[in-house]
Each structure stands twice: as C-alpha cells, then as structure tokens.
Design a protein around this ligand. Structure first.
Ligand code: PAN
Ligand code: ZN
Length: 191
C-alpha cells in the first residue's frame, strides 16, 4: 500500500528563532540544568538569589516519530558561564542507537562534545559554514564558547528519541571551561 504523502515544506533560516516557522519552542533555564553543571554550589547560589537565566532555546519542526521522517530544530545557546563552565545543552544519547544526526552552524562559535557508551570522547568545533556529523552511538552536548549567541540547525531521524538520564547519571568525561579567557577541554573530575 502506498504511504500517504507528507506535504513538502521549507523554513527560513535566521532571525531570533533560528528557523521560521517552527512548531514547538523549548526553553531551558538554569533551574532545568541544575543536575548538569559541575559546580552545583554556584547554581544553587544563583537560584537562591532569584537568578534563573535562560541558557538555551530550541525551535523545532518535528515530524511523526517514524523512521522515514527527519525532524529539524534550531538551537540558540546564549553566551554565559556557571563559574568557569560555559553554557551548554543538557546533552543526550539517542534512544534509538542507530540514529545519527547532522548539525549545521549558523551563528557564533561552539564545541560539540561527543561520547560513546564505552566512554570514548570526541570534540569538534561548530561555527557558521561548518556541518558536523554525529554518528550513531555518540551522546552529544553543544557548548557556547563565544561571547555572542551560538545558533545551529539540527537534522535528525524523527524517531531518534532523547535519553538524558544516562548523562545525568554518568556525566560527560570532559568539561569545557574558560582558562585565561579561552575555552579548554579538560577531564571531568566528578565523572
Ligand atoms: C538537538 C538538541 C538541542 C537541545 O536538536 O535536542 O540542541 O539539546 P538537548 O536535547 O540535549 O537539550 C538534537 O541533538 N536533537 O536530536
Ligand atoms: Zn540529538
């Protein structure tokens, strides 16, 4: 039987939401990331003073979660740090182990940290005119190491799913910290 046709569509890249139009907006504030930054004391201090800045936003055009579809999402990570640790996304494994992903840099400068289930770590730069391939089996987190917002487009199988729990449990083996005004990738002492 023929599968029903999905209407082709396009989005415009750029502007404050990264893509337009979008279907779903997600906002991640400091309080949502409490379990992810390594210096939990600083997070607690900020939150107790009523500081709860937006760390990143995601604007998605999801499709039905079936394997023949691809979803699009723009992520905007604002510039900032918790102590010396740059703002980042939570990071996740795809629930579907064979799901890969492509990120395309649109604005700003960042680092994508990738880590396999067996602990192998890779990191690559993301910036405008750079596309990064994230192979199956690598958890991925994006870090904004610049002084302006980092914007990138993600294209991924719609049924990939997001496993955040493993990252909370084990943490990434590396942290991206500011040292003398520059980003460095160092071992995570708490992982
Ligand atoms: C991206 C991410 C997005 C936000 O669209 O979901 O950058 O990061 P977290 O999901 O880790 O909060 C992607 O990798 N989708 O699969
Ligand atoms: Zn992903």
């Amino acid at each position: 039987m023929l599968k029903p046709l999905i209407e082709p569509f396009s989005v415009v890249i750029g502007g404050p939401t990264g893509i337009k139009p979008y279907k779903v907006k997600l906002v991640r504030r400091l309080s949502d990331l409490q379990d992810f930054f390594y210096n939990k004391k600083i997070v607690e201090e900020k939150l107790s003073k009523g500081e709860n800045p937006t760390v990143y936003e995601v604007y998605e055009v999801p499709q039905k979660p079936v394997s023949r579809h691809l979803s699009l999402a723009a992520t905007i990570i604002f510039p900032g740090k918790v102590g010396d640790e740059y703002y980042f996304t939570k990071g996740h494994f795809h629930e579907k182990e064979d799901a890969s992903e492509v990120y395309i840099g649109l604005e700003g400068e960042g680092i994508i940290l990738m880590q396999s289930r067996s602990g192998e770590v890779r990191h690559l730069k993301i910036e405008p005119n750079v596309a990064v391939y994230i192979p199956p089996g690598f958890a991925h987190r994006t870090i904004n190491v610049g002084s302006s917002k980092l914007v990138f487009l993600a294209i991924y199988p719609s049924d990939a799913g997001h496993d955040y729990g493993s990252i909370v449990e084990t943490g990434f083996a590396k942290l991206v910290l500011e040292r003398e005004g520059r980003p460095v990738v160092v071992d995570n002492p708490t992982a």
